[in-house]
Design a protein around this ligand. Structure first.
Ligand code: SF4
Ligand code: SF4
Length: 57
């Protein structure tokens, strides 16, 4: 299981990326993306997102 970013809601602010303890979040074009292989399900990115774009898969 991993957390997911909804690309239609992501405002590309980068707040999630700076909160991730495992460098699982990458910028991909105009949105951010979570690498499911690296996500350790801590939930920090979800709390940091101002757009409520992140949810648990
Ligand atoms: S849940 Fe934690 S480990 Fe997974 S992407 Fe978000 S901040 Fe990174
Ligand atoms: S914090 Fe939310 S809006 Fe900002 S880049 Fe991450 S997913 Fe997108």
């Amino acid at each position: 299981m991993a957390f997911l970013i909804d690309a239609t809601t992501c405002g590309n602010c980068g707040s999630c990326k700076s909160e991730c303890p495992n460098e699982a979040i990458l910028e991909k074009g105009e949105v951010h993306w979570i690498d499911p292989e690296k996500c350790v399900d801590c939930g920090s990115c979800k709390e940091a997102c101002p757009c409520d774009a992140i949810s648990e898969a």
